[in-house]
Design a protein around this ligand. Structure first.
Ligand SMILES: [Zn+2]
Length: 338
């Protein structure tokens, strides 16, 4: 028996809507990616313009053939009807937009919308093919997001806002955060935050990184970790501060969620391999002992396509058994590795 016969010729679209770009790909049932499309997000032009750009991405992907379902990841909150809650992604007038309905019209297929951090967690969970039951994902980039998947179910909370792990306060009265509070982990361990730390601490050091920082060069996590790899003492201190903050936040999450696997991913992790091992050593100090028994800390298996893959696989999960989903996920990973 061929379990996929009835869906032959149909594909799953994955979309990732960010403040900078709208990206999409078309995932065939055999795990191949048959089309990709990307547009700059016209965030300043408002919601109608952004919906227009999304529709043109969908139209390019749909030109190849019919679509079974579309999965969509977007920053911020999403209600159960696929409407945008709040003002995420800096898109003018984005609040209240009926995103599921708009995408569904463009694709002539059902659309499933979720928070992007939750979908990245879903992709990492699916990529492990059943090796993890309960997976906590922490994505370190411009900000810090996350997601938690337990037995294939995404923990959503109200309007998909669960796992805003970046805004766990790890230092009361600490560094200011973009959210308006002080001491959030995002103010220490997101990419730009590490850059700001390096600039502020630079006067205490005489290293290559400190000289760059004092000369006004743009410093982000990438520059910090390039210097870290050369043994730069300032980079080591910034890394230690970030790892400590991250470990405190993850310790809190461990006590509440009881994952078997913690995955660190996002752009900051490129070149920052020691972050995973250092957090693995530190985080258990911030939670009761039994919570870290048998716990694994891992780097993300998926690269920059994690969001797209999470969107497509989450969309597909409505139609597939777990075994079929894991098989599809492993075929895609093999194709992406080629
Ligand atoms: Zn915050």
């Amino acid at each position: 028996m061929e379990p996929n016969t009835k869906r032959k010729g149909e594909a799953y679209l994955g979309l990732d809507i960010g403040g900078q770009s709208i990206r999409g790909f078309r995932l065939e049932g055999d795990g191949s990616i048959s089309a990709r499309s990307a547009k700059v997000t016209p965030a300043a032009l408002g919601a109608e313009a952004v919906l227009g750009a999304i529709a043109s991405v969908v139209a390019e992907l749909r030109a190849v053939g019919p679509v079974a379902v579309v999965g969509v990841g977007t920053p911020g909150g999403v209600d159960p009807e696929g409407r945008i809650v709040g003002e995420a992604a800096n898109i003018v007038g984005w609040r209240g937009v009926e995103l599921a309905a708009a995408v569904s019209r463009a694709a002539d297929a059902p659309a499933r919308i979720r928070n992007d951090g939750n979908l990245a967690a879903y992709a990492e969970w699916a990529a492990r093919g059943g090796a993890s039951k309960a997976l906590l994902f922490v994505g370190l980039g411009t900000g810090i997001g996350g997601g938690f998947v337990d037995g294939g179910r995404i923990l959503s909370g109200v309007d998909d806002k669960a796992l805003e792990i970046g805004h766990i306060i790890v230092h009361p009265n600490g560094r200011p955060c973009a959210c308006g509070r002080s001491g959030c982990v995002e103010a220490y361990a997101a990419g730009p935050s590490m850059g700001r730390l390096a600039v502020e601490l630079a006067p205490r050091y005489d290293t290559a990184l400190s000289r760059d920082a004092r000369s006004g060069a743009s410093i982000n996590a990438r520059e910090v970790y390039a210097a870290f790899a050369r043994g730069d003492e300032l980079a080591k201190e910034v890394h230690a501060i970030a790892a400590e903050a991250l470990s405190r936040a993850i310790g809190i999450a461990l006590a509440i969620l009881a994952p078997d696997t913690v995955v660190l991913g996002g752009g900051v992790l490129v070149g920052a391999k020691s972050l995973v091992s250092d957090v693995a050593a530190l985080a258990p100090r911030y939670v009761y002992e039994a919570a870290s028994e048998g716990l694994r800390f891992e780097g993300a298996l998926l690269g920059p396509d994690a969001g797209l893959l999470g969107s497509a696989l989450y969309g597909a999960s409505a139609a597939l058994s777990l075994e079929e989903l894991f098989a599809l996920s492993s075929r895609v990973r093999a194709n992406l590795a080629d």
